[in-house]
Design a protein around this ligand. Structure first.
Ligand SMILES: Nc1nc(=O)c2c([nH]1)NC[C@@H]1CN(c3ccc(C(=O)N[C@@H](CCC(=O)O)C(=O)O)cc3)CN21
Ligand SMILES: O=c1ccn([C@H]2C[C@H](O)[C@@H](COP(=O)(O)O)O2)c(=O)[nH]1
Length: 283
């Protein structure tokens, strides 16, 4: 994935150091990055310059699709990525809305599937999109957003990849995803997989052809304790050919995703990669 490595190099060459109060760590930062993935050709953007755990990334996204609000449910599905933010994030631990161990509060999937209306009802943003796309409808607002400032204090973290906007041109489905904040060594590995996966699976369950996924990032950063591994190890490696993502064709509906799907329904074909790198994680 040359575009990924180019972004890493750009941060190193042109980045500005920015203090981050929430994590207490400085970040080398650039503003604005545009990535794009050819989902139709199944060019799966799985990072090859280190071992990348794509199942964890897909599990996280399926957790959002299911509206999970608990790190234990994410673990059962196959990812530990929410453990730290649910259980070690100081501000959240001191928040009176936290319902105990593993609770994440009203983040991501809760907003996607049960956005609270002022009248006490709720909105299922994802189901509306699936229903429309299946009928061939693009109302120019096929948008699922996790970004609900009115409920930030009810959750452990503000969403980073916050909005997904689908577009239908003929029978080809495209996706534009927006990310406000991006931990390039750790988070972006996962986010690239997730943007690709979301378009691929939505095309599959709505009976459309997958087109292009556009991934728009605002603040792209490398934390100071990740920098030497990026510079001295990952950027010295040559990228290898991209693999393919194989999704079980039996997955045919939103209900399938909500009920029986497990990580065994996803495989990569032709994934060659360099050794794993363990990047520090900022809580
Ligand atoms: N600082 C920070 N960076 C992030 O990328 C991030 C957050 N916080 N908080 C919320 C979620 C959680 N995400 C995470 C959390 C952990 C890994 C991680 O540890 N990845 C390892 C191994 C993962 C595995 O074994 O499954 C990696 O090497 O990629 C990645 C993304 C992405 N997000
Ligand atoms: O999907 C994700 C989720 C989180 N991140 C990163 C981006 C930042 O480094 C932190 C979140 O911190 P904020 O202070 O809320 O911006 O997590 C990511 O890259 N991808």
């Amino acid at each position: 994935m040359r575009a990924y490595l180019e972004l890493c190099q750009r941060i190193i060459d042109q980045g500005t150091w920015v203090e981050n109060e929430r994590t207490g760590k400085r970040c080398l930062t650039v503003i604005n990055a545009d990535l794009q993935y050819n989902v139709g050709a199944n060019e799966f953007p799985l990072i090859t310059t280190r071992k990348s755990f794509f199942k964890s990334a897909i599990a996280e996204f399926i957790g959002y699709i299911r509206g999970y609000d608990n790190a234990a449910d994410f673990r059962k599905l196959g990812t530990k990525t929410w453990d730290a933010n649910a259980n070690l994030n100081e501000a959240w631990l001191n928040n009176s809305y936290r319902k105990g161990e593993d609770d994440m509060g009203r983040v991501y999937g809760v907003q996607a599937r049960a956005w609270a209306k002022p009248d006490g009802g709720s909105i299922d943003q994802l189901k509306k999109i699936v229903d429309n796309l299946k009928k061939g409808i693009d109302d120019r607002a096929e948008i699922m957003t996790f970004y609900n400032p009115g409920e930030f204090d009810l959750g452990c973290l503000r969403p980073c990849m916050h909005t997904h906007n689908f577009s239908l041109l003929g029978d080809t489905l495209h996706l534009t995803s927006f990310q406000r904040s991006c931990d390039v060594p750790l988070g972006l590995n996962f986010n690239q997989v997730q943007v690709f996966f979301f378009l691929a699976i939505m095309a599959q369950i709505t009976g459309k052809k997958a087109g292009t996924a556009y991934h728009k990032i605002v603040n792209a950063h490398i934390y100071e304790d990740q920098l030497s591994l990026m510079q001295e190890v990952q950027l010295k490696r040559e990228p290898l050919a991209l693999p393919k993502l194989i999704i079980n064709p039996k997955i045919q509906s939103l209900e399938d995703l909500e009920t029986w799907v497990t990580m065994d329904d996803f495989k990569v074909e032709g994934y060659q990669c360099h050794d794993a790198i363990k990047y520090p994680f900022a809580v």
